[in-house]
Structures are given as C-alpha cells and as structure tokens.
Design a protein around this ligand. Structure first.
Ligand SMILES: Nc1ncnc2c1ncn2[C@@H]1O[C@H](COP(=O)(O)OP(=O)(O)OP(=O)(O)O)[C@@H](O)[C@H]1O
Ligand SMILES: [Mg+2]
Length: 262
C-alpha cells in the first residue's frame, strides 16, 4: 500500500541525513509503528508520505503511484494526519476542527454534523458538551482525542499518527489505544504510527520498525523482534517493557509480603 523506495532526506544540503536509504512496505490494513529515540527521523518519515516534507532522493508511493504524481490537496484530504503535539486549528471550535475537511470536500451540512457527532462520541467527547469549545479550553489529552477524530473525519484509508496518545494519562491512554484498534480494524485503515512507547507499539501495531539515526535497524512483528533481534539496540529496546514489568512485580510482591507480616 505505502512504499518507501530508498528514501533519503537531508535538511542541510547533504551534510547530515534525517532519514537515509529508508526502505519499507506498509501493507493495506496494517498498523506499522515507527519506534526510536528522539531525532532519529520518525516525524520526517511520516511527513514524506503526505508531502509535508520532500525527499532528496528516492520516493514514496501509494498503491504503486508516486505521491509526487498525486495532486497534493487530494493526497492530504485522503490521508488522515494526527500531528505530534496536537496541532488543532486554534481559532476553530472542536466542531469546526473535526468538520473542516469534510466541509472542504463538499459534504452536506447534515452529513458533516452526523460524522462530527459520531467521531466525537467515539473518542469520548460528546458533541453537545465539547463541540463549541475552543482548543485552548481543552486539556492536552482531550485535544489529542479531537486530533484523532479530526484525522478520521473524511474517512481516509490511510492514517498517519505522530505520538497520538502522548499526552494521555495511563488509564485514558489504554482505553483510547483499545478503541483505536477497534476503529482501525472496522475501517480497515492502513496506519503508520510514531511512538516512543514500546509497550504501545507491541499492543497496537502489527509490525514495528525500529529506527536509529535515520535508518531502519529492524522491522518485524513484536514476537519476531523479541525472538530474533539482529542488533543490540533492538534487544535492549524490546526488553524494556518486560524488565519494567518485572521490577513492578517485585515491588508488588515486596509490598504484599510487608502487609502479610504486619
Ligand atoms: N525542518 C527542519 N529543519 C532542519 N532540521 C530538521 C527539521 N526537521 C527535523 N530536523 C532534524 O532532522 C532530524 C530528525 O528529526 P525528526 O523530527 O524526524 O525526528 P523524530 O524522530 O520525530 O524526533 P522526536 O521523537 O523528538 O519527535 C533531527 O536531527 C532534527 O533536528
Ligand atoms: Mg517527531
């Protein structure tokens, strides 16, 4: 569905590369997570799909067609994008943020309102209570939920998500992750999702591409990365959720033992 054909991007005329010789195929209906340390090129990779960033060499294609051969407006209207750090239109209400693209596409006002209501309900922010709020009147987590609703508004087949659940507390985060998986499956969305959270990638994505310094170190299912890592960094990164769970489990056992003898 989405193919990165040896894509490279330098922001300084070739002195250094944010993304280098990036080769990846994301299949239709698949959720692919990009994971890696800050500055390794995740956002740059995502933005080359909808042409917010142009590669210096190589090209990205969708269903076999280079994105350069697709009208940029059509491309962006058909690809939902959840920005890193929210990125809502600050002068638009929640309703206007979610309605913007369907309205641009010429949907009837009734259809726009229905979609808006459906999506806001889906992300737990009922239109009646939240529709008229401005982005500055929302918490960070609520704004992120609106960002997800807005990205889905025009029924895209492809969704690009940059740290979509970053500002959510753990309970809401787990809830929205679960909700997202349900939505993704029912709409058969093809998703590229950036996250720092390995546990989130393992629970939400079909495959995980581990990036370092603009390159893919390894791309596989969580099980594949855990059982056959090809790089020390991959081993270390994939072990973190388990290591932390064991530490927490030790703390819980210690707390229980203390209670027992009290
Ligand atoms: N517009 C830009 N101009 C110049 N350099 C940039 C620009 N955008 C990104 N970079 C540089 O490219 C590299 C990759 O940045 P990118 O934003 O893709 O990283 P990232 O993996 O998304 O990081 P983070 O996890 O912190 O969001 C970084 O070194 C960054 O400083
Ligand atoms: Mg980023």
């Amino acid at each position: 569905m989405i193919e990165f054909n040896s894509v490279s991007k330098s922001y300084d005329g070739g002195v250094s590369f944010a993304v280098k010789n990036f080769v990846l195929r994301v299949n239709r209906g698949e959720v692919l997570a990009l994971v890696g340390e800050s500055g390794c090129g995740k956002t740059t990779t995502l933005k080359m799909v909808n042409r917010l960033v142009s590669p210096c060499s190589g090209f990205v294609s969708i269903a076999g067609k280079s994105v350069l051969d697709i009208c940029v407006q059509d491309l962006r209207r058909n690809i939902g994008y959840v920005f890193q750090g929210v990125g809502l239109f600050p002068h638009y209400s929640v309703r206007e943020n979610v309605s913007a693209v369907p309205s641009l596409l010429g949907w009837s006002p009734e259809a726009v309102e229905e979609r808006c209501s459906e999506l806001l309900a889906l992300v737990g922010l009922p239109l009646a209570s939240f529709g008229n709020r401005m982005p500055m009147e929302l918490s960070g987590g609520q704004a992120q939920r609106v960002g997800v609703a807005r990205a889905l508004a025009a029924k895209p087949e492809i969704l690009l998500m940059d740290e979509p659940f970053g500002a959510l507390d753990p309970i809401n985060r787990a809830e929205l992750q679960g909700e997202f998986v349900r939505i993704q499956k029912s709409l058969k969305l093809t998703v590229v999702m950036v996250t720092h959270d390995v546990t989130e990638a393992m629970l939400v994505a079909d495959r995980i591409a581990i990036m370092k310094q603009g390159r893919i170190l390894q791309c596989d299912t969580a099980a594949g990365l855990l059982s056959s890592p090809t790089d020390d960094y991959v081993t270390k990164l994939m072990k973190t959720p388990l290591t932390r769970a064991l530490e927490v489990s030790k703390l819980v056992s210690a707390a229980q033992t203390t209670d027992y003898f009290r």
